[in-house]
Design a protein around this ligand. Structure first.
Ligand code: SF4
Length: 554
């Protein structure tokens, strides 16, 4: 870092009671605010999150749950994808009331990063085997192309790491204030529509920077997408590289920064630069460097990169990136062109090599180790064995010869992975929710499944896409604000006046995934809430009124 942050000087202090107050600043390291200003920053300063691995291997895995230092348990273990899961039976009304240790179960959620969503046959088998052996057959496909297990015992973590690492997978920086899994196009390298495969940039970033202590203490989490196609939610990430053809320089990537949902949602903004494939890792590291050095560390809820981008604006962000981090100018670039239709890759599609890929939907990403074992067998029998995860909680099986497609589709249907799902199943996602998540207020996965079944039963299928994102709390892990119907879990008054599980409804949000679309957040109309019990009937009413009122071609 080379920071002479003259342009970032704190605002003058307001005088109060005749005395000039010292400006508190936002906790930006580059401005000299190195003293931790909140407990999370203190924990990170006391010891780097990456150091917890040695303690897990040498102490905690032998001493068991009770031997874990609380600062590691609720802080640093995230640097390896480990969160304690919620104690069963604690309702959402008590989420905010109980102390963290009262919510902790002695089991963990473990997140495996699958950068770019790409799994080789060996990797898929190991992922499935860990689920059945150590995770009570749980395995969710997340909307960030991760695999998430539950019921993990600390005693088993070293053996799980060994199994994952034997096939090139890891949990390093899967959570925590770090660069999380890098999202990539699920059809990178095989799509007929792709001009440039971004996978080498993703691989280089993971190899060079993940696990590097220069980037392991960020103000908060940092999310990335790198993809030629707009089949990843690029506008909702801290940094995004999206494919664009430059009239003089050829294929490369358009750089976006400062997207993020949760509270104060913001869409990423274009910096207006064109980055060639081989420079993506360096530019990515520059953006992460800005976040590390200038990101706000005083208040956790203002610590994401989006707040800095909002305050600075894109011009200044670009200047600092070029001047302080890259020491060179970037090339101006055009905006990417979006395809005619949004791409979710469900169904049967021809690859550029003449073989096919098959995209299938489980409900809201819920599969299991047993299901993944069967997927591995089917992918081997009918294709090359390669599989991809999508950031919409779906799964693709690659490299299938034409004559094998039907056999594969039928085999997948037997394990309830559908290549021709209803639009309801196809467009529904759900976060982890109260079943395991300590921050949750409501249940999500089972509700999503009930909702899909209800809509299929009452409305049949739709002739257009329709997205429903079910979230268990305001954190928006399943992207509440960018769905046709976004649901944010909260307690709402029930029929007899008692508070019960329910949802705040956001209507009409979406990301720009195709020509003519503009990213925007759903409207959160005051009073637009439903109890969880009423949810299926409520969504049915919204859908019916949309269908009745839509204009031709809508
Ligand atoms: Fe947990 Fe809330 Fe995220 Fe859902 S949105 S996984 S309930 S933190």
């Amino acid at each position: 870092m080379s920071a002479t942050p003259s342009q970032s000087a704190p605002r003058p202090a307001r005088a109060g009671a005749g005395q000039a107050r010292r400006p508190r600043g936002e906790g930006q390291w580059a401005l000299g605010h190195r003293e931790p200003l909140n407990p999370n920053e203190r924990t990170k300063k006391d010891d780097d999150g990456l150091n917890v691995r040695a303690r897990i291997e040498t102490i905690y895995a032998h001493g068991g749950f009770a031997s874990i230092d609380p600062a590691d348990l609720r802080g640093r273990m995230r640097w390896y994808g480990l969160y304690t899961q919620r104690k069963p039976g604690i309702d959402g009304g008590r989420t905010a009331i109980l102390e963290p240790h009262e919510l902790d179960d002695e089991y963990f959620m473990l997140r495996v990063r699958v950068d770019g969503g790409q799994l080789s046959p060996e990797q898929l088998r190991v992922v499935a085997d860990i689920s059945t052996r150590y995770a009570r057959d749980t395995a969710d496909i997340t909307d960030r192309q991760n695999i998430q297990y539950h019921w993990i015992r600390i005693e088993d973590v070293p053996a799980i790491w060994q199994a994952l690492e034997s096939v090139g997978l890891q949990t390093t920086e899967a959570c925590g204030d770090t660069p999380r899994v890098v999202l990539g196009s699920p059809v990178a390298g095989i799509s007929k529509d792709e001009v440039l495969d971004a996978s080498p940039a993703i691989d280089a970033i993971v190899a060079r920077y993940i696990g590097d202590k220069a980037y392991s203490n960020l103000p908060r989490k940092f999310k990335t997408t790198i993809s030629w196609l707009p089949d990843v939610p690029y506008e909702a990430n801290d940094v995004a590289f999206l494919g664009v053809d430059h009239p003089e320089h050829g294929p490369g990537f358009d750089l976006w920064v400062g997207g993020g949902l949760s509270t104060n949602p913001m869409l990423a903004k274009r910096l207006g630069v064109w980055v060639p494939l081989d420079e993506v890792p360096e530019v990515w590291a520059g953006v992460v460097g800005i976040f590390r050095d200038y990101g706000y560390r005083r208040l956790r809820h203002r610590a994401r990169l989006k707040f800095l981008v909002a305050d600075w604006g894109v011009e200044r962000f670009r200047e600092v990136l070029e001047g302080e981090y890259l020491q060179r100018k970037l090339i101006d670039g055009p905006a990417p062109e979006l395809p005619a239709e949004p791409l979710d890759h469900i169904g049967v599609h021809e690859q550029r090599d003449g073989r096919y890929y098959v995209g299938v939907a489980a409900v809201a990403g819920r599969v299991s180790g047993s299901v993944l074992t069967r997927v591995a067998e089917l992918a081997d029998a009918h294709g090359s064995g390669r599989v991809r995860l999508t950031p919409y909680q779906k799964l693709l099986i690659l490299d299938v010869p034409k004559e094998e497609v039907n056999g594969l589709v039928n085999g997948l249907r037997e394990i309830d992975l559908q290549a021709e799902p209803s639009q309801w199943r196809r467009g529904t996602m759900a976060c982890t929710g109260i079943e395991y998540c300590k921050l949750a207020i409501v249940e999500t996965k089972a509700r999503a499944a009930d909702l899909v079944a209800h809509l299929e039963r009452t409305l049949g299928d739709l002739d257009t896409s329709f997205t429903i994102n079910v979230n268990g709390c305001p954190n928006a892990c399943a992207r509440t604000q960018v769905a046709d119907i976004g649901l944010k879990g909260q307690l709402v008054p029930g029929p007899d006046g008692d508070m019960v599980e329910g949802f705040q409804v956001h209507l009409g949000g979406g990301l720009a995934m195709a020509k003519g679309q503009e990213g925007g957040f759903g409207r959160k109309v005051r009073g637009l809430k439903t109890t969880a019990e009423e949810l299926p009937a409520y969504v049915e009413r919204v859908a019916r009124s949309y269908l009745a009122g839509r204009t031709e071609g809508e």
